[in-house]
Design a protein around this ligand. Structure first.
Ligand code: ALA
Length: 484
């Protein structure tokens, strides 16, 4: 009889993974530029277009600029560890797949369950951000929706006569989730050309805002840079900067998608670090500049609105640019939604094929060849929450989940260096004994800065995951059935 610990650490072999990936040989066609565009495309979304304004107005004031610097640094350590982990296992996949072969089933389950927060809950936050920009654009062209249908259930919205009422639910957010789910179920292929075009549009509006807005900056708006602490910890002062760092981390979530393309990259050893670090560098610079311009053209107190970047352009007297920003943000956020929901359905599908989730989640549609049941189930749950939560509630939970995954990946990379020093590592984390501990510490620190309610939700989610694993996957996994 295998002991409990043997069972918890049972691993897939690399040969198993290669066998599974047979028949879907991926072409090595991505060069460094494509990889950078992939990371930039997944990352630029609700974080920069929406949370920048909320954090400036509620937590950090103009020091939201500093929040982006600190969150970028934490992401840098994780990126360096992620690349080594990704390059270890010579098949495509996410941190879930790599950990199954290197750390064993239990860690893989924890990471897989945790990644649901990154992908599914992340897409809830993005759908709410999308809704803010769509509602604002519709208002502008005179087709405004009733305000009660544009925000989280119970959130106060302002009517045309200035009175405030609680919202019913967020209709546009539900719509975009339904639309993205339909695209995924039908399996509409998005070519890398379409993807690149959307990324260029997104980059163009961001650059337009930075360049156009720079002329309207009044440095007086940056004073005081860190507004004095007010009320509870997390509202201005250094506490606000730290909490703001935890919140804006959401803007970086998604750049790790570069590591999942290791097998499609022409020269992973050279291009993985270029893709990961290059996209991080690009987004960090853009985020810092957008935050600087947004808080420079108007007082940070004006930025707590659903479409703050467009609003900042408007306040800076560039109404035409505000319209372009709204259109660009809507297109860009749609593509982030698709990437996140796609990633989620593939993780569920993989977990189900491994026997960790019921087989129904692995069923593929006979005609569309997509994991349709998984996509529909995910879409229904995501749509429900998109209707009734705020962007920060969903964003904070997605961030805390992703940070936990980053911390586990950083720890795993160190454990593997000790346990299996001889494994071939196409990419080695530089100064691992410094980088990886800093990765763990910075992820833990960012988690600590987030509100207690995000922690409670994370713990409840992980507890449900543990119960589910021991009630189901522990006994039913493919490895369990093979008697490993
Ligand atoms: N980083 C992505 C966003 O900000 C998920 O929307």
């Amino acid at each position: 009889m295998a002991s409990l610990s043997t069972k918890l650490f049972r691993s897939k072999s690399i040969a198993d993974l290669q066998q599974e990936s047979k028949g879907s040989e991926l072409r090595r066609q991505l060069g460094p530029l494509n990889l950078i565009l992939l990371g930039v495309g997944c990352a630029i979304g609700t974080g920069i277009f929406v949370l920048t304004g909320h954090v400036a107005a509620a937590n950090a004031g103009p020091a939201v600029i500093l929040c982006f610097v600190l969150a970028g640094l934490a992401s840098l350590f994780a990126a360096l560890c992620y690349s080594e982990f990704a390059s270890l296992v010579p098949v495509a996949g996410s941190a879930y797949t790599y950990s199954y072969a290197t750390m064993g089933e239990f860690v893989a389950w924890i990471i897989g369950w945790d990644l649901i927060l990154e992908y599914a809950v992340g897409s809830i936050a993005v759908s709410v951000g999308w809704s803010g920009y769509v509602a604002s654009l519709l208002n502008q062209i005179g087709w405004g929706l009733p305000p009660e249908l544009t925000a989280a259930h119970g959130a106060l919205v302002t009517l045309a006569d200035g009175s405030q009422v609680p919202a019913l639910f967020n209709l546009p957010a539900v719509f975009i989730v339904a639309f993205a789910t339909l695209i995924l179920v039908l399996g509409v292929q998005k070519s890398s050309v379409t993807n690149n075009i959307i990324v260029y549009i997104k980059l163009a509006v961001v650059l337009l805002f930075i360049i156009g807005g720079a002329h309207a900056v009044h440095p007086l708006n940056w004073h005081p840079f860190i507004p004095p602490a007010a009320g509870d910890w997390g509202h201005f002062g250094w506490g606000g900067v730290l909490r703001g760092t935890g919140i804006v981390f959401f803007a970086y979530l998604g750049f790790d998608a570069v590591s999942t393309a290791a097998q499609e990259s022409k020269n992973p050893k050279r291009d993985m670090p270029i893709g990961l670090l290059g996209s991080l560098l690009v987004i960090t610079i853009l985020y810092i500049l957008v935050a600087a311009v947004a808080t420079g053209v108007t007082s940070y107190t004006n930025l707590d609105v659903p479409a703050p970047i467009a609003h900042a352009a408007d306040l800076a007297g560039m109404g035409w640019m505000a319209t372009l920003i709204k259109i660009g943000a809507i297109a860009g956020l749609t593509s982030v939604m698709l990437v996140l929901l796609y990633g989620q359905s593939r993780i569920f599908w993989n977990m189900s094929r491994d026997g960790l989730l019921p087989p129904v989640f692995g069923r593929v549609h006979p005609r569309f060849k997509t994991p349709w049941i998984t996509s529909l189930a995910t879409g229904a749950i995501v749509a429900f929450f998109a209707a009734c939560v705020t962007v920060e509630e969903a964003g904070n939970l997605a961030s805390i989940g992703t940070l936990l995954a980053f911390a586990i990946v950083s720890i795993s990379v160190m454990i593997l260096r000790v346990r299996q020093p001889g494994l071939e590592r196409p990419f080695r984390t530089p100064w691992i004994w410094l980088t990886a501990p800093l990765g763990v510490l910075s992820a833990a620190a960012l988690m600590a800065f987030l509100p207690a309610v995000a922690w409670i939700r994370l713990l409840v989610w992980m507890a449900i995951g543990l119960v589910f694993y021991f009630a189901y996957g522990f006994r039913k996994s493919r490895l369990a059935k093979k008697g490993r």
